[in-house]
Every structure is written in C-alpha cells, then in structure tokens.
Design a protein around this ligand. Structure first.
Ligand code: FAD
Length: 275
C-alpha cells in the first residue's frame, strides 16, 4: 500500500456543507481506484502544531512513527485524473459538520472533527497524507436492478456507483440529506442516471425507513447503503430479515456514527446482528 504526501491545489465549495479539495503531487504517480467503494486513509496535520505525521513504509511493512500525533480518517477518492503530460489530480469531497453530528448541513466546521475542520480551512499549498486504497472491489456487472442509499458522506461513492454500474442497470437512489441545499451536489446528468428520491432530514426522522419499505424490490436486486451507522440499523434489519435479501445482494456500511470519533467502519453496523 502506498503512502503519499500531497498538496492542496485548489478548493471548491460544491454545496454549503461539502467542499471539494483537489490534491496534486508527484506522489500521485501510480494511484488507482477502480471500485465504487474504494477508500483512502487521509492523514491530517496536528491542529496544535501544524505537523503532518504519517506512518512509514519499511521493508517490514507499515511502521507507526515514534514522534508526533497521527490523525487519520477514511475518505472516498471522488475522482482521479491521471495526466501523462501534466500534473495528476485527486479530488476528495469533504462534508463539513459540527462535532455532535446534529448539524450536518450547516457550515459550522470550525467546531467539527479534525478532518472537517481541516477541510473547512484548507488553502492551496496545504499538505495532506493519503494511504491506499488497499484494493479495489469492482462494481458487479451482472446487476439489472440496484438500489443505492446514501447520506452526504456517501454521495462521492454514490456517484462512483453511477459511473461504474453497467449502463443497462436500473438504479433507484434514496438520498438522505440535511435539506435541499445539498441537491446541487449531483449534476443534471447524474440525476438523470437514476430514479432519485431526496429525503430531507429537516422534515423529521423515519423517512428513510419508510421509503425503503415502500420499494418494490426486484428478486435479484442489489442494494448498497452507506451513511450514519445508527440510521442504517433499521434499514438493514428490514432488508435482511423482512425483505430477506441474500448476503450477496446487500452491502450496508456505516461511514460515521453519531457520537463516535473516527468510527472503525469494519465494526458491525448493528452490533446485535453482525454479518
Ligand atoms: C469507507 C468510507 C468512506 C468515506 N468517505 C467519505 C467522503 O468521501 N466524504 C466525507 O465527508 N466523509 C466520508 N466518510 C466519513 C468520514 O470518514 C467521517 O465522517 C469522519 O468521522 C470525519 O472525521 P472528522 O474528523 O471530521 O470527525 P470525527 O473526529 O471522526 O468525529 C467528531 C464528531 O463528529 C461526528 N461526525 C463525524 N462525521 C460526521 C458527519 N459527516 N456529519 C455529522 N457529524 C459527524 C462524530 O459522530 C463525532 O461525534 C467515509 C467513511 C468511510 C468509512
């Protein structure tokens, strides 16, 4: 697995709560992310000192540094543009959030976690570390019907699914967002590619489960869901136990969990009912 030190080339506020950071650097040579859910470990500078501390690759594998504070979080490589004759570029889209998870959708990032706070203040020339992806799980190519469920943090992966599923696949999307200000994240073309239902959390809780329950699921449907882990527990329960989807039809991933710092996404979404 490669460990790369990269530099911010530019930032773009895509929606009030999502900022796209474009990274450049010679270290991007050889970068590749071919699967829709590929993710990288992003390393941030210590806010107290400004020092960026990353593990090191040695002949014996990855070694944690003895000095400095290592701060890392998982992110989706939204787009990589290799450039045979210029500078390669990597886009990562960061959701800006408050620390308690209650105000996703408002830009109050100075108070959020270190990743969100870093992204809110990022400027050209700032340094960042990127490790991975560890490997790519390619999008299944035999899917005829797919249901994709995502909150803001999973919108980058959602758009990769749109790009990587076969053109013949019918896609239904349930997008669980703070409010209508997030909608411009998708381009017109992306919105056309799927039958998209936007669900605003500002309208109250419970809509996601209700919408999932009202889906008319094709027998071989493939369902991918990612976002806030606790919100996905009842969704997963319904799809697994009531809709009786097979394990190869269902992939539910917690991308963050309310009240948990740096969620380990390998931990079960529903600890009472692990995979
Ligand atoms: C495979 C994978 C891919 C991911 N891809 C992306 C991506 O492309 N873009 C992206 O923005 N995120 C993505 N995430 C989610 C991101 O890793 C987490 O949101 C991460 O916790 C943010 O770190 P932080 O330092 O800002 O907050 P932390 O220090 O981890 O958490 C501080 C507090 O903020 C809360 N919190 C964390 N994230 C959010 C949030 N989004 N909204 C509201 N409250 C929150 C926590 O519950 C905690 O209380 C991905 C996660 C995984 C596992």
């Amino acid at each position: 697995m490669a460990l790369r030190r990269l530099t911010v080339d530019r930032t773009e506020q895509i929606t009030p709560s999502i900022v796209r950071i474009t990274l450049i650097g010679d270290a991007l040579e050889g970068f590749s992310a071919l699967g829709p859910t590929d993710h990288v470990k992003v390393f941030f500078p210590d806010p107290a000192t400004g020092a960026l501390t990353m593990p090191e690759l040695t002949g014996d594998g990855v070694r944690r540094p003895t000095d400095g504070v290592v701060i890392s979080r998982d992110y989706t490589p939204r787009q990589f543009r290799p450039a045979p004759f210029g500078a390669a570029e990597l886009d990562i889209d960061f959701v800006l959030h408050a620390p308690d998870g209650t105000r996703i959708g408002t830009v109050d990032a100075a108070a959020g976690g270190p990743a969100s706070a870093w992204a809110a203040a990022a400027h050209p020339g700032d340094e960042l570390g990127v490790a991975g992806p560890r490997g790519s799980r390619l999008a299944p190519q035999d899917v005829s019907d797919a249901v994709l469920i995502a909150d803001e943090t999973a919108l980058p992966a959602f758009t990769r699914w749109l790009d990587l599923l076969p053109a013949s696949a019918r896609i239904t999307a349930l997008l669980d967002i703070a409010d209508e200000e997030v909608e411009p994240y998708l381009t017109g073309e992306q919105t056309q590619r799927a039958s998209v239902e936007w669900l605003y959390r500002s309208d109250g809780p419970g809509q996601l489960l209700e919408s999932v329950r009202s889906l008319d699921l094709a027998p071989d449907v493939y369902v991918w869901a990612a976002g806030e882990a606790s919100a996905l527990v009842p969704v997963r329960r319904y799809l697994k136990h009531e809709a009786a989807l097979r394990t190869d039809q269902l992939d539910v991933q917690g991308y963050w969990r309310r009240g948990v710092v740096n969620l380990d996404h390998h931990a079960p979404v529903d600890p009472t009912d692990p995979d």
